[in-house]
Design a protein around this ligand. Structure first.
Ligand code: C2E
Ligand code: MG
Ligand code: MG
Length: 676
């Protein structure tokens, strides 16, 4: 606007007037003076012109002065307004920056507060994280530690700081590992590293710790936290020990034994000179001891046996409990196979002395199977299988001995296994049948008893006799279900016969019991249950047991037999004379009948008969003296029958009279024949 005003003709005139008015005025005055002078007719001289000249000059000079003054003033005014402008701008800037500063200060204050809160939070976490925690620089020097660390290790922060590296509290083997991670830790993004280590505390105690190392962002320091896992480690070790050791004897268990055997086997493949042998042992008649003396006693016997066997071995040998009364040994790195026999001699010598358990002293024997050279085997299972087979060979050979494995034992083992499988199926399919062999009363010639004898009608193989499968049934435990079936079937059959044929109303049935059945705690209940369901009265049931069964655990036998007899059932000692019962012992047993073994009867008319006759005579006089009945089994010839009749024998059984027969044979015509 001002420039428009400046450019307007008025302002141009005004500006022109301001710039030149004084000069114009001077010129006008001078010109006026000269005009007046001329008009008045004065003669001009030099002075006449000088005065107007001076005026003009003066007006010029004054005009210039005024113009200069004006110029200066306007310039000053311009400068001043510019200055004002600048001052205003500056002031505004200052105000602005002041406001910014205020904002920044308040922001910083807030940040500081947040930082303080965060630091206090982290300090609380650091102190109360539950782990012993420290901050370490990259050289392993402790910079900060929480109280838990002092509690755990016993060292104060000052004591840790005084050390070149806090890692010196770690066990030597762990120090380098941890230190090298700390010093090489450059990347802050690296994930925390975890170690298990052992620390040595101030009091010398060692503790297992779990160390976690984590790096700080943009710093070479490392956060170290230690968690005490000593108890956890102990529990883990206990669990590991329990998993691989037998809780009773504390010996390695089967799992560990197999693992160690595998190691030995692998070693033998690497080194041709490395020889090792395996012994597989089973305590003879342990079951009888266990059943008669109680399981606690049995347990103590196992412990005592384990200790005795261990003493016979070197430290490098492994003695393991494989389960039950079975133990196995690895004779490690034997220089000479004869060492095996040295060990067997040691075992025999050690077991010559009785084991002392509680107030009892008990003689223990063991059957041992040996695999003398294990290098030829592919896997540990086969070694154990063959040592086990050899152990069964030792049992068959009469126990209390050892047998070295031969390949035919494996065949036997396989046969047993096949037989067991087939028998299980046979039981399910009802392939077992009972045949009955009459026991004849010599007074009147009538059937007094039918002995139930089991047979197996094996499809495609005909009738199989008990001698072939009863030993396997006993070995495998199948005798339990089989024996129960025999007892119940025999009682049922006898009850039916009694009801069908009045001439058999006084007749009894006799059932053979094996040793395992005899030790079955449920036997008594089962017998009573069978009598009840079949309707047979107890007087018509006889149980046949061998002398060996009663002699193994006499106390148990006496107790059980007394109870059974009280119920009215008769007890027979089968195969009498073949076992090892002492005759003097016999009177203590609650028995009714002795069954003289057919071996004696068979020899009655042989060349040696005088001595055999003497034995049989003695058996009869002893039995009669003890008020026992006698049955002579295996009577095949009339000469034998006559001799026995002469001894007042009242009952006989044998092919001379009848062979065992299927129940269908007991028909009216058969009964007619026997009653004649
Ligand atoms: P054991 O109890 O002594 O049975 C008598 C065995 O002698 C029977 O053989 C019978 O056939 C046979 N025998 C009978 N009279 C004569 C004879 O005049 N001459 C000859 N040479 N032998 C005769 P079997 O039936 O083969 O039984 C053999 C053994 O098997 C039995 O001997 C018994 O110990 C056992 N046994 C049979 N059945 C059972 C059963 O159901 N349970 C149990 N635990 N064992 C049984
Ligand atoms: Mg018998
Ligand atoms: Mg017999």
């Amino acid at each position: 606007m001002s420039s428009a005003a400046n450019n307007s003709p008025v302002s141009s005139i005004k500006s022109w007037v301001e710039k030149y008015s004084l000069v114009v005025l001077g010129v006008i005055i001078s010109a006026g003076f000269l005009a007046v002078y001329h008009l008045l007719g004065f003669q001009p001289d030099a002075g006449t012109y000088i005065a107007p000249g001076v005026v003009v000059l003066f007006s010029l000079f004054a005009q210039n002065l005024i113009n200069a003054h004006r110029d200066i003033r306007s310039r000053l005014e311009r400068y001043s307004s510019k200055l004002e402008e600048m001052v205003r701008e500056r002031t505004e800037d200052l105000i602005k920056s002041n406001e910014q500063l205020q904002e920044e200060i308040s922001l910083r204050r807030k940040t500081e507060e947040r930082l303080r809160a965060s630091e206090s939070r982290y300090r609380t976490i650091f102190e109360n994280s539950g782990a012993a925690t420290l901050i370490s620089n990259e050289n392993g020097r402790a910079l900060l530690a929480n109280t838990q660390l002092s509690t755990m290790t016993g060292f104060s922060l000052e004591e840790l700081e005084a050390r070149d590296s806090w890692t010196s509290i770690l066990e030597n083997s762990h120090q380098n590992r941890v230190l090298s991670w700390i010093s090489n830790n450059k990347s802050s993004a690296e994930s925390p590293r975890c170690f298990e280590a052992v620390i040595r505390c101030k009091d010398g105690q060692e503790k297992n710790v779990f160390i976690t190392l984590a790096s700080f962002q943009e710093s070479k320091s490392v956060l170290v936290s230690l968690v005490d896992i000593t108890e956890l480690k102990r529990a883990e070790q206990r669990l590991f020990h329990q998993a691989f050791h037998d809780h009773l004897t504390d010996l390695p268990n089967r799992a560990l034994f197999m693992e160690l055997l595998n190691i030995s086997l692998r070693r033998s493949r690497r080194s041709r000179d490395y020889l090792f042998a395996v012994l597989y042992m089973d305590i003879d008649r342990f079951k009888y001891i266990n059943d008669s003396m109680g399981h606690l006693f049995g347990d103590r016997l196992l412990v005592s046996f384990a200790q005795t066997i261990k003493k016979c071995m070197r430290d490098s040998d492994t003695v393991a409990r494989m389960g039950g009364d079975e133990f196995a040994v690895i004779l490690d790195d034997i220089q000479d196979p004869s060492y095996i026999f040295t060990v067997m001699d040691r075992i025999n010598a050690a077991l010559k002395d009785p084991l002392k358990i509680e107030d009892h002293t008990i003689y223990v024997t063991v059957s041992t199977g040996i695999v003398a050279d294990c290098r030829i085997y592919d896997n540990p299972e086969d070694i154990v299988r063959d040592a086990d087979a050899a152990m069964y060979g030792a049992k068959d050979a009469g126990r209390a001995c050892f047998k070295v494995f031969e390949s035919r034992m494996h065949q036997r083992f396989k046969r047993t296994l096949e037989m067991e499988t087939a028998m299980r199926k046979a039981l399910e399919n009802g392939e077992f049948v009972l045949h009955y062999q009459p026991i004849i009363s010599l007074q009147g010639g009538k059937v007094a008893t039918f002995e139930a004898l089991v047979r197996w009608e094996r499809p495609g193989m005909g009738l199989i006799h008990p001698a072939e499968f009863i030993p396997v049934a006993e070995e495998t435990g199948l005798i339990m279900p089989l024996g129960r079936w025999v007892l119940s079937q025999a009682c049922k059959q006898m009850s039916i016969w009694q009801k069908t044929y009045p001439e058999l109303s006084d007749c009894s049935v006799s059932v053979n019991l094996s040793g395992r059945q005899f030790n079955d705690p449920e036997l008594e209940n089962h017998i009573m249950h069978v009598l009840e369901t079949s309707g047979l009265s107890p007087e018509h049931l006889k149980l046949e047991i061998t002398e060996n069964e009663v002699m193994h655990s006499p106390e148990h036998a006496i107790e059980l037999l007394t109870r059974i007899r009280k119920a009215g059932i008769k007890i027979m000692i089968d195969d009498f004379g073949t076992g090892y019962s002492s005759l003097s012992y016999l009177h203590r047993f609650p028995i009714d009948i002795l069954k003289v073994d057919r071996k004696f009867v068979g020899r009655l008319d042989s060349i040696n008969s005088p001595s055999e006759r003497k034995i049989v005579e003695n058996i009869f006089s002893l039995a009669h003296g003890l008020n026992l009945e006698v049955v002579a089994e295996g009577v095949e010839r009339s000469s034998q029958n006559d001799f026995l009749a002469g001894l007042n024998c009242r009952f006989v059984q044998g092919f001379l009279y009848y062979r065992p027969m299927p129940p269908e044979m007991v028909q009216p015509d058969f009964l007619e024949r026997i009653s004649k």
